[in-house]
Ligand binder design. Sequence first.
Ligand code: GLV
Ligand code: MN
Ligand code: MN
Length: 419
Amino acid sequence: MNIAAESGAFPDMMRLLEELGRIGREPGGGVTRLLYTPSWCEAQRLLADRMADAGLEVRYDRAGNLYGRLPGTRPDLPVVLTGSHVDTVRVGGNYDGAAGIAAGIAALSYLKRRFGTPVRTLEVVSFCEEEGSRFPLTYWGSGSIEGRYRIGDGTGIYDAEGVSLDEAMKAAGFGRGGQPDCRRTDIGDYVELHIEQGVVLEAAGRRIGVVESIVGQRRYGITVTGTSNHAGTTPMSYRADALAGAAEMIIKVEEMAWQAGRGLVATVGRIEAWPNTPNVVPGQVRFSLDIRHTESYMLNEFSEAALETFRGIAAVRKLRMEAACWVKTEPVPMDGALAGRIERLCIEANLPCLRMVSGAGHDAQIMAAVSRAAMLFVPSRGGISHAKEEYTEPAHLSEGTAVLTACLHELAYTTGVDG
Ligand code: GLV
Ligand code: MN
Ligand code: MN
């Protein structure tokens, strides 16, 4: 197919993104769609309707991953899958995850209309969860498909309100016997379109990012415990102030990340203090620590050094410091042949592209364990993401969708499963 000629062919995708952006919309702007909440259910229902409108066979699995399927003439050949995640961070944007699902539905709808039945079965997926925004766990959707999670794993995992993942899943109508198993071993290729969420493409004046690898991550929950006491009667020398100690740790880890360089990033994005009262010396603080890099050894060395530094600060200030690691993912390379195919398609369409690393985590890194996996990025205005200002030009999205469509076409409308 001629990508350049087809890149205006996806007006329904923009409409779907606008509709999705109204589901979970916050009063001050931005979108919050946490796993299994009413807005999440509404978004999945809308996507199911749009998949059905596109003539796809619609089904959910037991975890709530939603699929639209276009069966091929050769069910013996591995499935070609595209898609992304439907959940968002708190007060996130309209495009993170949503763009990849809308593009996938648009691509399959187009291919069905234009070329009819594929040889290999094509599917689009709306993964139920990727962000780790409600429960302290990430990639619940793709991880259930890949097999690292089983449905029963949700029993001991709680959100901030004390609701377990298992309870939330059942309340949303999932996790039941009789619903299709999550685990898939029949997928041959997974290709995900996503917004870049960074400024690399915009700064370089390129239109498509061809992802070579996805960074690894470590995420910790840090608890600093001191002694709550009266803010007026406790002399400075008698205090064990958990918040002051946490503040020193946060500043120090930021400094360490600057010093580490080589693309390492470390973020403290969440903090809670107890009792959080103006006239009480804080007795306990919990904060998050997120560390990312493309090399496992850098992640390990930096994590150890950061925790050692925290321990030192805690000892001097007579505090207790505990660290719980709840995300440990290694850097994942994308499939070289698929990445090469995407790059070739961009060159043929005269779309300036760039090979790059993804600093964000993605379902593709999980899917890479069960199939060949690749990602293409479209530019994010100003590099802003995980924020209400997240925006991608419709023209850029359409170009990306055209490249995705051409790639799916090559993969699914021939019997070739390699190259
Ligand atoms: C997912 O969006 C991440 O935090 O990388
Ligand atoms: Mn995200
Ligand atoms: Mn995402």
